[in-house]
Design a protein around this ligand. Structure first.
Ligand code: SF4
Ligand code: SF4
Length: 759
């Protein structure tokens, strides 16, 4: 954190820089002199070079950094880029009050790829309770103007989000609505700085007013489908990853003050005068020397660095003792729980009490653009369960549209009428069938006049879909169903293979069973798994995974949509072995990258075994029309299978996104060289590769952090390099739409987040 200016144009009464115990700002230069900027940049570059860091994050801070003006900021940004970029990727950010932000500054931040966070406390009453000028005037309109500038399409890549300090006297609903109205990619909610010496205000008799206040805001956010990222709530969930304020990850922030002093985290200024000081400066001391300072070193110790109360706390892995500064008490120093301990315990209970995410609001009543919300969330590298639910819904809409198109070309109306009836009396049954990944490929095949006749171009898929839905609903029905190669396949249920059925069979549905008559054959099939097996009936098999049930799809004829040979029906031992590997792999994904696991739980329904190929024993695939499924060669190692699942699920998600949005400019015929393929690739292929490799990078980074895998660091670096090169080539190619460029830019930032979903 680089304090490029040590004064501010606002006079907020909750400001820890000017209003709290530490007053060292009074003796510091107003602005960081150029020689200090140079020395700071050289120290950071030196550290990046010596430790071969892949990325360095630098936040321009103050006081108010915009007081440097556009020319002054340009000098600082140029110095940092020149010194550091040869050694590491530089992730530049800024935290500002926004008052002075204008077009020229926004253009500068886009030019230097600076992501700007704005401090904003909510509605006018909330914001102006503290965030005012020295003369008492409001900053609200000016800050909103700054946020509107950052939202403009040409600046949006530089919009990092909002930092909101809460006050329990404000109305949480109005604060929430004011934040949502600004469409921030991310919101950071801050508890007001306080210590045991100066406890937080508790205006009423309630013991946990901060948890109560945040709980109300959390409920609004959940009820709305989590339409924006709120880091506090995400960090406090199991496996949430932590922040500076929560969790047990080592502290990784140092401050360079305007006079070149190295300091510990800024919030310590709230504890006592000089609390953040180290006695070191950038002219004479390296980062490694500062890192050995006891105040910095103790914050690398995880749970061992906490007080005895926190070490025994059941939620210590998520709370982490709260913000370091909030533990201060004269006499015992920082060896205490947070002064917000009771609130934190209750808040974690509140977060836990809510069910899994629901789809985010879009369209009517929402102030967040659906494009921004959905893509911003997926650009984290994984996407939330609510976004996955939204993607699945859009895929279902496409399937329904294809179904209607098939009806228009169908000779019979009975199947359609049965489906319409079932959609009224048993909509969940119809939904379950239409969400099956291989319904859409069947419909597409039916509609595709160029489809090869070998796959049964004339077969009408509607009757089998309707029969499957009727069976699921337990609704009696009778329909004629086309037979192909002596086989009728009922999606999600299984296949009946009976020689002599002819070209069409009458299927009569009764609860729990169906009867087939065709050609010279009549057969009743009982669906009860405990009933004796019915001749010729091959039911689908599934496996229990942490996210629910996963179908082993080795019977549906439309699973043959991967451009690779698929395995025919597995025998019992092979199916059980694959099921065990998939279940174990799923648990590995939960262990390594919980955020990806949530996205996997939210959408992956089926796995198709690919036929073995000795030349390429490890293969996997997705098909654009088969959302909800991936194909893999059966493989016994869950660790490897986990990587394949995560990799392919990225392709499936991005394919669903490409059904909705144009991310690539059409018809350019451009080809881009990428490190993972010998042949140049079209832009969409590169985007797919980048998205998949980003996830694989995150898996290996997590494994490397766990330090129990011998090659994890090398793999992480390898995939990081691929992803970075791919996204840079893509951005340089000018082949993306504005939406695509923004998405790719966010992927590059996500790549630089090194603690995503780690254990
Ligand atoms: S804008 Fe920030 S630095 Fe300035 S007075 Fe307010 S809280 Fe302090
Ligand atoms: S809830 Fe309280 S005791 Fe538990 S880790 Fe947090 S501060 Fe410590």
């Amino acid at each position: 954190m680089l304090k490029v200016h040590s004064r501010c144009d606002l006079s907020c009464d909750h400001c820890y820089v000017y209003q709290h115990a530490d007053q060292t700002w009074r003796g510091r230069p107003t602005r960081m002199p150029p020689a200090t900027v140079q020395a700071a940049a050289r120290r950071i570059a030196e550290h990046a070079r010596e430790h071969e860091l892949p990325v360095v994050h630098v936040v321009l801070h103050g006081g108010e950094p915009l007081l440097l003006g556009a020319a002054g900021l340009r000098e600082v940004l140029a110095e940092l880029r020149t010194a550091i970029t040869p050694w590491a990727r530089l992730d530049l950010r800024m935290q500002t009050n926004g008052v002075l932000l204008d077009d020229e500054l926004c253009r500068l931040f886009v030019e230097y790829d600076v992501r700007v966070g704005v401090s904003f406390d909510g509605d006018r009453a909330a914001n102006d309770r503290h965030r005012v000028f020295a003369h008492g005037g409001s900053s609200h309109d000016l800050v909103r103007r700054a946020l509107a500038l950052l939202r403009r399409p040409e600046h949006r890549a530089s919009y990092a989000g909002i930092l909101c300090t809460i006050d329990v006297r404000n109305d949480p609903d109005r604060v929430y609505e004011a934040l949502l109205a600004e469409s921030p990619p991310r919101v950071d909610l801050l508890l007001p700085h306080a210590t045991w010496d100066h406890p937080p205000e508790r205006p009423g008799p309630e013991p946990t007013p901060y948890a109560d206040w945040l709980g109300r805001l959390h409920r609004r956010w959940v009820d709305d489908g989590r339409p924006m990222s709120i880091r506090m709530f995400e960090a406090l969930r199991p496996g949430g990853g932590g922040t500076e304020a929560f969790g047990l990850a080592p502290a990784d922030v140092l401050v360079i003050e305007a006079d070149g002093s190295w300091e510990q985290v800024d919030s310590l200024k709230t504890a006592y005068h000089g609390a953040a000081g180290t006695g070191f400066d950038v002219f004479d001391h390296s980062v490694d020397e500062v890192a050995r300072h006891p105040g910095v070193a103790v914050r690398q110790d995880g749970v061992e660095g906490l007080c005895v109360t926190c070490r025994a706390c059941p939620v210590v892995d998520r709370c982490g003792g709260g913000l370091y500064a909030h533990r201060w008490r004269t006499g015992s120093g920082f060896d205490n729980p947070s002064v917000y301990c009771a609130d934190l315990l209750r808040l974690i209970d509140t977060v836990d009490a809510y069910p899994p995410p629901t789809p985010p609001a879009s369209g009517e009543g929402s102030t967040t653009s659906p494009v921004d919300g959905l893509l911003d969330d997926l650009a984290t590298g994984h996407g939330s369960a609510s976004t996955l639910a939204l993607l699945a819904d859009t895929q279902l809409s496409i399937t329904r549209a294809l179904l209607a198109a098939c009806r228009d070309g169908s000779g019979t109306t009975a199947a359609w009428e049965l489906l319409v009836h079932l959609d009224q009396v048993a909509p969940e049954a119809v939904r379950a069938i239409l969400a099956h990944p291989f319904v859409r490929p069947g419909l597409v095949h039916r509609l595709d006049s160029s489809a090869p006749p070998g796959l049964g171009a004339a077969a009408d898929p509607l009757p089998a879909i309707a029969v499957a839905a009727a069976l699921r609903a337990g609704v009696p029905a009778a329909l004629h169903v086309p037979v192909r190669a002596d086989r009728i396949t009922l999606p999600t249920l299984g296949s009946l293979v009976l020689p002599g059925l002819g070209e069409s069979a009458e299927v009569t549905v009764r609860p729990g069973e169906f009867q087939v008559r065709g050609g010279s054959v009549a057969q009743t099939v009982l669906l009860d798994p405990l009933a004796p097996p019915s001749t010729g009936w091959f039911p689908t098999r599934d496996v229990s995974v942490p996210g629910g049930r996963l179908l082993l799809e080795d019977g549906d004829p439309y699973r043959d949509c991967y451009g690779q040979p698929v395995e025919s029906r597995l025998d019992g031992p092979a199916a059980r072995a694959l099921g065990r590997t998939l279940a174990a792999a799923w648990r590995v994904v939960h262990r390594d990258v919980p955020a990806h696991a949530a996205a996997l739980d939210g959408g992956l329904r089926a796995v198709v075994p690919l036929a073995p190929d000795p030349a390429r024993p490890l293969r996997s695939a997705t098909a654009r029309h088969a959302f909800g499924a991936v194909a893999v060669t059966p493989h016994a190692d869950p660790e490897t299978m986990a990587v394949l699942l995560v990799h392919e699920w990225q392709h499936a998600k991005l394919g669903a996104v490409l059904d909705l949005y144009d991310l690539v400019e059409p018809g350019q015929g451009l080809r881009i060289r990428v490190p993972w393929r010998p042949d140049p690739r079209p832009p969409e292929g590169v985007l797919q590769g980048v998205y998949a490799h980003l996830a694989v990078t995150q898996v290996w980074q997590s494994r490397a952090a766990a330090t129990d895998h011998p090659d994890a660091s090398a793999h992480a670096a390898h995939f990081l390099g691929w992803t970075r090169d791919g996204v840079d080539a893509l951005l340089a190619s000018r082949s993306l739409t504005a939406t695509g460029e923004r998405f790719a830019g966010q992927l590059r930032h996500a790549l630089e987040e090194t603690r995503v979903g780690s254990r």
